[in-house]
Design a protein around this ligand. Structure first.
Ligand code: HPA
Length: 236
């Protein structure tokens, strides 16, 4: 059994799949954190691996960028490969002043400017949410590991290159509503999880900030990436 986007066979994926946007990140995660891993997909270069983390079987696969891309892979993982949990491990642009580059966010909910969530036949606006248990476990694990994790709303945007409206930067309108940060996939992932009755969580590290000129050193980037992976691997 395979799909036009995934050549893995049934059973090739574990119950939990970690999804970075970049397929080469998936390769790095498998090589760095997993034992006895094997490549299960490489269609369109969207590398997927299954291996073991502390004897726990776990998979990792790239999602690509944007809601349509993650929605294709997530739908197939949930409905064809019997995956239960997808944990996105990605980056985001910080909005909130409380955040600094390198911080970790657990996305409790995801707003969006995409039309994607309006295609699910709800007679009003659907609110994409994280699975509460994954969120709670991630929060507790972060506390246990001494990693500061902020919990709240993010924006899943169709635009990477934002535009101004009426002289006001769009991000400020979201910030006024308490939205912490912007990325491009979570609302799609959470909506697909709801549609299929499965579970999802996005763990994000702040890679840049809208109002702060902050850049991370390679050592800081490695530390923050490792923090995010520790949380994801421990709860997966
Ligand atoms: N916009 C959208 N997605 C992102 C950003 C951003 O600024 N930074 C990291 N992912």
């Amino acid at each position: 059994m395979s799909t036009p986007h995934n050549k893995a066979k049934k059973g090739d994926f574990a119950r939990t799949v970690l999804m970075p946007g970049d397929p080469l990140r998936a390769k790095f995660i498998a090589e760095t954190f997993l034992k006895d891993y094997k490549l299960v997909n490489d269609v369109r270069g969207m590398l997927g691996y299954t291996g073991y983390y502390n004897d726990k079987r776990i998979s990792v696969m790239g999602s690509g960028m944007g809601i349509p891309s993650i929605a294709i892979y997530a739908t197939e993982l949930y409905t064809i490969y019997d995956v239960e949990n997808i944990i996105r491990v990605g980056t985001c642009g910080g909005y909130a002043e409380s955040l600094n580059v390198g911080d970790t966010i657990l996305a409790q909910g995801a707003c969006t400017n995409s039309a994607f969530t309006s295609h699910f036949d709800t007679p009003g606006v659907f609110a994409p949410l994280a699975d509460f248990k994954l969120l709670l476990n991630a929060y507790n694990k972060a506390e246990e590991l001494g990693i500061k994790a902020e919990v709240g709303n993010v924006l899943s945007s169709d635009l990477f290159f934002d535009n101004n409206t009426d002289g006001e930067q769009i991000y400020k309108k979201w910030l006024k509503m308490g939205v912490l940060a912007v990325e491009m996939e979570t609302a799609g992932l959470y909506t697909v999880a709801a549609k299929t009755g499965k579970k999802a969580l996005s763990i994000l590290t702040v890679s840049d900030h809208m109002s702060k000129e902050e850049y991370t050193t390679p050592a800081q980037r490695e530390k923050t990436f490792t923090d995010m992976m520790k949380i994801a691997l421990e709860i997966g």
